[in-house]
Design a protein around this ligand. Structure first.
Ligand code: DON
Length: 306
């Protein structure tokens, strides 16, 4: 495993086109694009890393996997009255389907869907409590108390978040929200701004590769059926309008973030986190996707066969 990921890291370092860092969140535009990291966590407790796997980055939309998991734990199947389970085929911040579909987002991973999920996590309008719970959940999953929100990134998102605010107010206009829009947005922006290393992220995702059980702690995070379903959503919706292409090239459930991270799950085998800040035109990590494609080819771990 170490030889495989060392070779991938070397190839990525030599790649001439590293994509473009996100610029619509100013704080993310400051990140050096010449960085790459990969970590692989195995159910037996071993973790392998190459590149800058100790550098924290903004996990952004990857946090949506974990807020979905939390919301399922709190509300169970009831969350499907708030969000759907279909790929959108549209960009992550699109508003077009929302009007046709009466303010119910297509899935929990597009921005509108994740904002709706944030609303379900908040109890009695307290975004601080919801955020503390989300951060605590990440620490628990990664078995690492150093995980925290990057408040500079969060402020940057709040200051430039007009599109997300539009999505939220539009949904609220259908009477769908339980909490004030500003509390929901605050929760959403801050959970996107959690900073983690690939090593922490690979460990946090391991329950999805292990029938819902975190092998490091032995805790059952979700049932095997729920782990399977979260993986299904990651495969079909985790890369927005690039989900088909990601399935075609990599063949693993995956969730991208505009900070350049991707969490990929090889069910029964491994949780893999990659990070490279440069993005493709859709907004998914360019080298991260290339690295996972190489990884899936070398290991034969695509869910569609070797
Ligand atoms: O709301 C946003 O636009 C960001 N906080 C998250 C978007 C994101 O990560 C899209 N993923 N590739």
């Amino acid at each position: 495993m170490q030889a495989i990921i060392d070779e991938i890291a070397q190839k990525m370092a030599a790649s001439p086109d590293k994509g473009k860092v996100a610029s619509y969140i100013p704080q993310l535009a400051r990140v050096d694009p010449n960085q790459f990291a990969i970590s692989v966590a195995l159910p037996n407790g071993e973790t392998y890393s190459a590149g800058c796997a100790q550098t924290s980055f903004s996990i952004q939309s990857i946090s949506k996997v974990f807020t979905l998991t939390l919301a399922l734990g709190k509300l169970g199947e009831h969350i499907w009255t708030r969000v759907g389970r279909e790929p959108s085929g549209d960009p992550f911040n699109s508003i077009v389907q929302l009007e046709h579909e009466h303010g119910k987002p297509r899935n929990p991973f597009i921005n509108a869907g994740a904002i709706a999920i944030a609303d379900t996590i908040i109890q009695s309008s307290q975004s601080e409590e919801a955020l503390a719970e989300i951060v605590q959940f990440m620490r628990f999953l990664a078995d690492d108390d150093s995980i925290a929100i990057d408040y500079k990134v969060a402020r940057s998102e709040v200051e430039t978040g007009n599109r997300n605010a539009s999505l939220a107010y539009f949904m609220a206009s259908f009477g769908h929200f339980n909490n004030p829009v500003d509390a929901v947005l605050r929760t959403y922006f801050h959970h996107c701004s959690i900073a983690m290393t690939t090593q922490q992220l690979a460990k946090a995702g391991l329950f999805l590769a292990n029938d819902g059980i975190n092998p490091a702690t032995g805790y059952a995070i979700v049932t095997p059926q729920r782990a399977k379903r979260i993986n299904a959503l990651m495969l079909t919706c985790g890369h927005y309008d690039g989900s088909g292409e990601f399935a075609f090239r990599v063949g693993l459930p995956g969730k991208s973030g505009v900070g350049g991270g991707i969490l990929a799950i090889a069910p029964g085998k491994a949780s893999i986190a990659v990070w490279s800040p440069g993005l493709d035109v859709i907004g998914n990590s360019k080298l991260g996707t290339e690295a996972l494609e190489l990884f899936a080819n070398k290991t034969g771990w695509s869910v569609f066969g070797s």
